[in-house]
Design a protein around this ligand. Structure first.
Ligand SMILES: [Zn+2]
Length: 332
């Protein structure tokens, strides 16, 4: 479940129209208690473990759906429906949201990039993680730690990284609903460790795998109370661009209100090293780091009625696929 901060004032329908009010809430209520991770976990439990980032073939049958019921949410208000690309901020406000996908397809058990998360924590950098439900089940301890971290927020990235342009009907709906159950498992894990979590928000966050949706799936995501969060800066981190090249590209692309796409599931190559260049450089330019929820609270979202992967330039990965003749919309 995403933890949009500022309690139930967020993200009400007022938000896009009262950015200043929201910004005040942000300053007063959302001041992130950023330290070296959630206090309910000992530092040695939080620390990266060698080899944990490795993506492995899935063995032992499909991930087990936890037996947890998730209450239904109200639909997203009309003003926030569609796919959110970035946020327009008041003049002079320099905030950016770094987002990290934790994708896990049915054919694999993906990793956990502990070096990356350790660095974010050590620098007190806020971040949003979009987790697959299956990832949450295969990484219960890490899922609990991320959920409990006051500097981080969690969002839904479908159960098993399905392409929701291709999946329809019940199969599509299960991908969305089952991932919410996976996220609820993260809360349960954290609470079992004695972590005090904020109340789940009525409206949560969602990211489409491949940035790809149909009108049906976009409507369903919004109807079930999820804001569809895309990005305006793609790190391209699954490709071997190298840390410096990646950081330089991101620095060129990032503007105040940007939402940046990266991976923390071991699919990102050089992502942790790139962050060590990117984060100090952004700070030197006067940027502050925000979760997506905090960014939304500070301004007006820029919303499209279609998702990505429709045209060249939408995402690097699809452009690369188009160049190499690989399938652009993989079916999961
Ligand atoms: Zn993904």
């Amino acid at each position: 479940m995403a933890t949009l901060c500022a309690g139930d004032a967020l993200p009400s329908i007022r938000l896009p129209f009262r950015p200043l009010f929201a910004a005040l809430l942000l300053a007063g209520l959302c001041a992130p208690a950023l330290a070296a991770g959630p206090a309910c976990y000992p530092p040695q439990a939080l620390a990266a473990k060698q080899g944990e980032e490795i993506v492995r073939p899935h063995t032992g049958g499909p991930g087990q759906l936890p037996d947890i019921s998730v209450p239904a949410s109200a639909p997203v208000p009309a003003a926030l429906r569609g796919s959110i690309r970035r946020v327009d901020l008041p003049p002079g406000v320099k905030m950016v949201a770094l987002t990290f996908d934790l994708c896990e397809a049915s054919s694999e058990t993906s990793g956990y990039d502990g070096a990356l998360v350790d660095y974010l924590r050590s620098e007190g950098v806020a971040a949003t993680f979009f987790a697959g439900g299956k990832w949450m089940v295969s990484h219960p301890e890490r899922g609990g730690q991320l959920t409990a971290d006051p500097g981080f927020e969690m969002g839904n990235h479908t159960w098993s990284h399905a392409n929701l342009t291709v999946k329809t009907g019940e199969a599509m709906r299960r991908q969305v609903d089952d991932a919410d159950i996976g996220l609820a498992l993260g809360r349960k894990q954290a609470e079992a460790k004695g972590c005090m979590l904020p109340k789940p928000q009525a409206i949560s966050l969602f990211r489409f795998p491949y940035g790809s949706c149909s009108a049906e799936s976009l409507n369903y995501v919004n109807d079930t109370g999820h804001l569809a969060i895309q990005w305006d800066v793609d790190s391209g981190d699954p490709a071997f661009i190298g840390a410096k090249g990646m950081a330089d590209d991101m620095l060129r692309g990032i503007k105040p209100g940007s939402i940046v796409l990266m991976h923390a599931n071991g699919r990102g190559k050089h992502t942790a090293e790139a962050l060590k260049i990117l984060i100090p450089a952004l700070r030197a330019k006067g940027y502050r780091f925000a979760t997506v929820g905090q960014l939304l609270a500070a301004g007006t979202p820029v919303i499209a009625q279609t998702c990505y992967s429709l045209k060249p330039g939408d995402t690097r990965i699809y452009d690369e696929a188009a160049r190499t003749g690989k399938r652009i919309l993989p079916v999961q």
